[in-house]
Ligand binder design. Structure first.
Ligand SMILES: Nc1nc2c(ncn2[C@@H]2O[C@H](COP(=O)(O)OP(=O)(O)O)[C@@H](O)[C@H]2O)c(=O)[nH]1
Ligand SMILES: [Mg+2]
Length: 398
């Protein structure tokens, strides 16, 4: 990743991405990477864009308008930069999955555990300590209910006794696991459907296209024949980005020129995938903000058209959520759920965010399956979601 893009990422998300694997030219064994060059027209770093991490945590209803404006602006800027998918990490030595998750969630867990330590250094558990702890947990985006469940467990079992921060972290891990256990469900491809049609939705920059590339790789690795549909017809760069993933994973990409009607493209793709007897078709969509009615209408139209060709489809409607977004993610799940019928979630960018706790609040509130989490930009950086690993990582347990 160029310094320009990396710096840009940092400004946008307030965090560095996990270092990309070595560039292709240092790996002679790697396949040729048809990466589009970043044109000179890349806009200068946007000064007014502050990190979207800034808004104070609080229930989603109280999210002030300016938050959405900042996010919208940030996403617009991001989308004006052609996105270059990172090279495959297939041949690179890799950290274990758990250690990558722990590293990724370090900022989330550091925030939490430092606060917990400061609350619980050699103190008896009294009402004031429990209140302080509850605040810490709420600030970590875990949600009010989970925060209260944790403090209640401690009150019940340990009140008036001395507690250490590691006791508290164990309770934290156990409660988080309790919430996440029921939603950690794999994405099952129904093989009686040919094709099994997956619709990928979410706000701009949340990781739809990248996740499609990673999923295509997974399915291809399982011997499935995959087709992709470049349903983000708004931007030429988005179509190219999916084509790059198609080449990388060997999946043909159905596309139309930029500006074409997205539902027409979806129609073509479903028809073609059916005719060819493909196992899986994954349809990309243009990023949209959940508060833009007309764009949501268009998404509904895409779904209607898909159903015209295949009434049982889409068989999975996956919402990608950017972990760095924080509380706004709750709103996204709510609105996309209402308008498009979300069947499962993929949380991306869990590498290096301080706001990973939001997944707990989302699980508690919606109970939607969480199929995968993204922990980097590479093709291998998508993992089935495992509740215990996540709980341990966020509580800072080894
Ligand atoms: N660090 C990190 N970056 C990611 C992850 N998933 C996606 N990205 C990056 O986020 C940016 C936006 O992703 P993209 O797939 O284009 O989002 P889309 O607009 O929803 O299609 C790209 O630069 C991706 O490389 C992830 O799990 N971790
Ligand atoms: Mg995209």
């Amino acid at each position: 990743m160029s310094d320009k893009v990396s710096g840009f990422f940092k400004r946008l998300f307030g965090t560095e991405p996990v270092p990309s694997p070595a560039p292709p030219e240092t790996r002679p064994d790697a396949p040729i990477q048809p990466i589009p060059p970043v044109p000179e027209t890349v806009p200068p770093a946007p000064e007014p864009v502050e990190t979207p991490d800034l808004p104070p945590p609080g229930p989603p209803e109280t999210t002030p308008d300016y938050v959405e404006e900042i996010e919208e602006r940030a996403l617009e800027i991001q989308n004006s930069v052609p996105i270059i998918p990172a090279p495959t990490t297939a041949e690179m030595p890799r950290q274990s999955w758990f250690s990558r998750l722990t590293t990724g969630l370090k900022r989330s867990s550091d925030n939490l555990t430092t606060s917990i330590t400061s609350v619980f250094t050699k103190r008896k558990l009294d009402g004031a300590t429990l209140d302080e702890l509850e605040d810490v947990l709420i600030q970590a985006d875990l949600g009010l209910e989970t925060a209260m469940a944790i403090t209640e467990t401690l009150r019940r079992d340990r009140f008036d006794r001395e507690v250490s921060d590691s006791d508290v972290r164990s309770v934290l891990a156990a409660e988080v696991e309790k919430v996440l256990g029921p939603v950690a469900r794999p994405l099952t491809v129904d093989t009686t459907k040919t094709p099994f049609i997956i619709l990928m939705i979410g706000v701009n920059g949340s990781g739809k296209t990248t996740t499609i590339g990673k999923l295509a790789q997974k399915f291809a690795g399982e011997g499935k024949s995959v087709m992709l549909a470049a349903g983000d017809t708004f931007r030429a760069a988005a179509i190219e980005q999916l084509q790059v993933w198609g080449q990388r994973t060997g999946a043909p990409v159905v596309s139309r020129p930029a500006g074409a009607d997205a539902s027409g493209l979806a129609f073509d793709a479903v028809t073609q995938a059916k005719a060819e007897g493909r196992d899986v078709l994954i349809i990309d969509t243009a990023g949209r903000l959940q508060n833009r009615d007309e764009l949501m209408d268009e998404l509904e139209k895409v779904i209607r058209v898909i159903k015209k060709v295949e009434p049982s489809a889409p068989h999975a409607t996956l919402l990608t959520l950017d972990a760095t977004t924080g509380q706004n993610a709750l709103k996204q799940v709510e609105i996309f759920g209402k308008r498009a019928g979300v069947t499962g979630l993929v949380m991306t960018k869990l590498d290096g965010t301080a706001r990973g706790g939001i997944l707990v609040a989302i699980a508690k509130k919606f109970g939607l399956p969480v199929h995968f989490i993204g922990v980097g930009e590479g093709v291998e950086d998508l993992e089935p979601f495992a509740a215990r690993d996540f709980a341990k990582a966020i509580a800072g347990q080894d």
